[in-house]
Design a protein around this ligand. Structure first.
Ligand code: SAH
Ligand code: SF4
Length: 370
């Protein structure tokens, strides 16, 4: 008999499970707290359950857990990256970033993956190069937070709680919509990791019907959109998904989201040398976003490391470069003349391949070479 994995189940599903064992409903609540609130790894840790119940659970159920394969800490010690192995042997990445501004409480933001690989095929992205291997299940999405909490609490970067989650790792979250939202609600649960919905940001390449659904359903999680270009010509080139959902339709969906949710949307804009970083681009970006309550987050492109160069399809990736410091500054200064808040985010942990998909490509390459 295959054992049932309980990680990823919500309260109702856990109640049904315990009913099938003729156990009272409060067991579901106890397990929920242990599994999501205290990150229990196995039934033995759950001391609220008497030994016979733990043994019974061990027979019929599991708590599937991600296995840490590699952990890297950046030189500046402000970021660490986890490469996790899933039950079927595939890998995903999560990155934990520590932000110690003096004027507000420290932030510890975990960037999590939503899929293994990604089907969207953005030309500058290492994850895009992988294609889609499979969707993550709710338990695998939640477990990235639970494991990162456990790991970071005990090692070099002294005990950091996770205060924020951004779904900006591998994968397109809106193409794994149901699993992702279920996971976000588990992460937000007061008896689980207890993250306020405004501290969970879902980033999408612009899957318009899913943004519309997200808006209509009224979820309180924050939305970020990877805009990355100011003309359909350029966006078509670097993000082929734009052929299906062009800029005008995307911005309309973003506007509607802000109108109904009364929240600002964040536009991410990676800066690619000589592709989307001219002052004319900055002018267009201001005009495009003029009537949308938003923040604009400029991200200088994180080039794909030399180590990946011989993988197939990589030649296209290598065509992309980070603009010079002067060009980035000029773009930023121009954007600051507009009315929206603009921030420049240097990716933390450049030295640990912290950009999306980079560590994966390195490990897969090492496996191929081994
Ligand atoms: N699929 C979603 C979320 C994951 S990608 C999305 O595209 O929004 C998260 C962000 O990383 C996107 O804004 C993407 O444009 C950016 N990104 C991908 N590769 C990058 C790189 N090498 N350097 C900097 N940002 C990158
Ligand atoms: Fe997928 Fe986002 Fe990478 Fe595009 S940028 S390929 S949507 S992970």
């Amino acid at each position: 008999m295959t054992r049932q994995n309980l990680k990823g189940l919500d309260r109702g599903e856990l109640t049904t499970f315990f009913a099938s064992l003729n156990e009272p409903a409060f067991r579901a609540r106890q397990l929920f707290r242990w599994m999501y609130g205290r990150a229990a790894q196995n039934f033995e840790e759950i001391t609220d359950f008497a030994k016979p119940l733990r043994a019974r659970l061990q027979e019929v159920a599991t708590l599937e857990t991600l296995t840490l394969e590699t952990r890297q800490i950046s030189h500046r010690r402000d970021a660490e990256k986890f490469l996790f192995r899933l039950m079927d042997g595939v890998h995903i990445e999560s990155v934990l970033m520590h932000d110690q501004a003096s004027n507000r409480p420290a932030r510890h933001t975990l960037c999590i993956s939503s899929q293994v690989g990604c089907p969207v095929d953005c030309k500058f992205c290492a994850t895009g190069l992988m294609g889609l291997l499979r969707n993550l299940r709710p338990g695998e999405i939640v477990d990235q937070v639970l494991q990162a909490k456990r790991l970071s609490g005990s090692k070099a970067l002294a005990g950091s709680p996770i205060t924020n989650v951004v779904v900006m790792g591998m994968g397109e979250p809106m193409l794994n919509y149901d699993a992702l939202l279920k996971a976000c609600y588990l992460l937000g649960d007061a008896e689980g990791p207890n993250l306020a919905p405004r501290r969970i940001v879902i980033s999408t390449s612009g899957i318009v019907p899913k943004i519309e659904r997200f808006t209509k359903e009224g979820h309180k999680f924050r939305l970020a959109i990877s805009l990355n270009a100011t003309t359909d010509d350029v966006r078509n080139q670097i993000m082929p998904i734009n052929r299906k959902y062009p800029i005008a339709a995307l911005l309309q969906a973003a506007r509607e989201y802000t109108r109904q949710s009364k929240q600002r949307v964040t536009f991410e804009y990676i800066l690619l040398d000589s592709i989307n970083d001219s002052l004319a681009d900055a002018e267009r970006l201001k005009i495009l976003t003029r009537n949308i309550p938003c923040k604009i987050n400029l991200i200088p492109y994180n080039p794909i490391a030399e180590a990946h160069q011989s993988s197939s399809g990589l030649e296209t990736l290598l065509a992309y470069r980070r603009p010079s410091f002067e060009r980035i500054e000029a773009f930023l200064a121009n954007m600051r003349e507009g009315q929206n808040t603009v921030t420049l985010r240097w990716s933390k942990g450049d030295d640990i391949d912290a950009a999306c998909g980079q560590l994966w490509t390195k490990v897969e390459k090492a496996k191929i070479l081994a």
